[in-house]
Design a protein around this ligand. Structure first.
Ligand code: CUA
Length: 324
């Protein structure tokens, strides 16, 4: 019996340990969470080996002979066994709960002076705005390495869920309330922000980027955004178009050939600037024939400053009125 149990345990342990199941850790909070995960996994492997060993052994040892028509022996429980199989799981589950509680409490302790990033989720986009900084919201989450950040999240419509696999932490984003996460990214790089709550037709496309930069690169990014927010004009509008719109929309003036949304060379001539502005800020209001609502992100109104929005609208108006 022991041998069967050891074999079952060894096979499961080998699968669990030697296959890299988890993405590389990218935050200070991830290590203790992975430790909890592995402790629970190891306990599970031991219990599985025990149960599988006893089961397989019993199937062979106590099987009925082909000509055996007798009833089995009348067994009415075993008090010692029942106390044991109640007490041991109770102790295990309690210990795991206390251990997890300690890890959670430590991970959620907010150091003084922690930067706050407000996250707004909506079908099907994320926007990130930096508390106390004069700049429009960003479509990507940019953070300095080794500095704790408090994410304060809410939703404009349905329930979404914020998750960056390498950071391990995951939190529902709920309309009407604020949910919070504390995160200290400790590895430079670019990661996926994934929505993990089925939130509608575009759920699988609800992704954004999280970029972790050195402290100086982060400061430079902030300065560039703050300066960009105060300048507008049609020349900047073209750059904004290329960076934000060109991958989905065709516009010959900008040399873009995107096919996801309407071809702006055909859709915009004859339209006034009020229509263009509304189509950027509230894209669901008028849906071009043959296209679906909720494909274009609805958060451009927050991501662009007023000056940037004016520049983009002016650029689109002039680029599509040529020759028409
Ligand atoms: Cu938002 Cu799924």
């Amino acid at each position: 019996m022991l041998a069967i149990g050891v074999v079952c345990g060894a096979i499961t342990a080998a699968i669990a340990v030697f296959i890299p199941w988890l993405p590389e850790e990218g935050a200070k909070e991830a290590g203790p969470i992975d430790d909890v995960y592995w402790v629970v996994t190891i306990i599970s492997i031991v219990i599985f080996a025990l149960v599988a060993g006893v089961s397989i052994y019993s199937v062979f040892k106590f099987r009925a002979a082909p000509d055996d028509e007798e009833d089995g022996a009348p067994i009415h429980g075993n008090t010692r066994l029942e106390i044991a199989w109640t007490a041991v799981p109770t102790a295990l589950v309690t210990a795991i709960a206390v251990y997890s509680g300690i890890v959670l409490t430590k991970n959620e302790r907010v150091p003084e002076g922690t930067r706050i990033v407000n996250i707004t989720a909506q079908q099907f986009a994320w926007s990130f705005s930096y508390a106390g900084e004069k700049m429009p919201a960003s479509g990507e989450l940019v953070l300095p390495v080794d500095q704790p950040v408090r994410l304060v999240m809410t939703s404009k419509d349905v329930i979404h869920s914020f998750w960056v696999p390498q950071w391990r932490l995951k939190q529902d984003v709920v309309p009407g309330i604020e949910t919070k996460l504390l995160i200290t990214p400790d590895r430079l790089g670019t990661y996926d922000v994934v929505c993990t709550e089925l939130c509608g037709l575009g759920h699988s496309t609800m992704r954004a980027q999280a970029r972790v930069l050195t402290s100086s690169a982060f400061q430079a990014w902030m300065r560039a955004r703050q300066q960009g927010a105060s300048t507008g004009g049609a020349s900047q509008g073209k750059a904004l178009f290329t960076a934000n719109c060109g991958s989905c929309h065709t516009l010959s003036d900008a040399g873009s050939t995107g096919q996801v949304g309407p071809n702006l060379d055909e859709a915009l001539p004859g339209k006034d600037t009020a229509f263009i502005r509304e189509s950027i800020v509230d894209p669901n209001k008028v849906i071009a024939g043959g296209y679906q609502p909720n494909v274009m992100p609805q958060n451009f109104g927050e991501m662009f400053s007023e000056a940037q929005l004016n520049g983009l609208v002016d650029y689109l108006a002039s680029a599509t009125s040529k020759g028409s």
